[in-house]
Unconditional design. Sequence first.
Length: 378
Amino acid sequence: MFSSGPCAKRPGWAPNVLGEAVLGRSHRAQAGKAKLLEIARRCRTLLGLPEDYRIGIVPGSDTGAMEAALWSLLGPRGIDCLTWEQFGLAWQRDVLGQLKLPDVRRIDAPYGRLPDLATVDWDRDVVFVWNGTTSGVRVPDGRWIADARAGLAICDATSAVFAMDLPWEKLDVATFSWQKALGGEAQHGMLVLGPRAVERINGYVPPWPIPKVLQLTKGGRLNEDIFQGGAINTPSLLCVEDFLDALCWAEGIGGLPALIARSKANFDRVDAWVAETPWVQFLAEDPATRSTTSVCLKVVDPWFTDQGHEARWRIIKRLCAILENEHAGFDLAAYREAPPGLRVWCGATVEEGDVAALLPWIDWAYRRLREAAPCTRS
């Protein structure tokens, strides 16, 4: 089992699936470009993207895709930044600290909760994550996104795409990585632009210089080559082949409905375990907002909660070390900026039986630490 950093490879993956990789060739050669076009085509079909939405490969994983969108699109309108976990906070900091835009509203909530979505002003551009990878809190649906909006809906969709049903017609910009949630290798990002975002790019020139690896325009217009099998910089054709294998696997098991069902089944296993395990709860307080991929858990045992912040992290690290030493689970600690706790990746590449096998190990490791703790007297 893995946490949501290094997502598990798809079931049955082996290095020989990379045998058709176009190695030692330029990604701009016909063979390389065909592979990039195939990724875009398979993603469009698998996700049900509208035909007038563009989809392209950019450097820097989901982070690079979001940065390219923010630097290229923001400025003409005021901005609402929604923050309830670390990556939403990162985009907010970029908007305020790097782009230094003046008309920015921070709509925040602590870890475990969503902000008040009813306060969002759709006359403004809205920047948000769909699924809080570091908090396990997601937006429950897209009903809060106005159909008749003047601003752009700019969504970091990583760890949601390929595992949740997204209302693409309500997302003007969406970004994700190959890593989450199909277990592809890191460093490549996907950028999806709807017609309204393209109109903004073609009619607006940001007042700041944009680094080359984030530039989406050429000659003052959208660089269509990025969305027609080109790329801003050189992608790894080995990673390309790996992601194509993941996409083909997803298609073969039944497409997006099957991916969503697998992730939900994994989550349901954790849900049932939490219900019968007194020392642990979901970090997400509202069941309707609980992520089915990056499932974040908090320890509610007074022995744990009564300790200081650093002590709680030491316990979590010891617990994870025990699990890793037993080869029962890997990388299960919560994100470093999140409250001390656990994070179990339940995306579609994980087998339900592996989740079921992991959970008793977590309980065993925690109880082992708890029983070995020195007795305290009041």
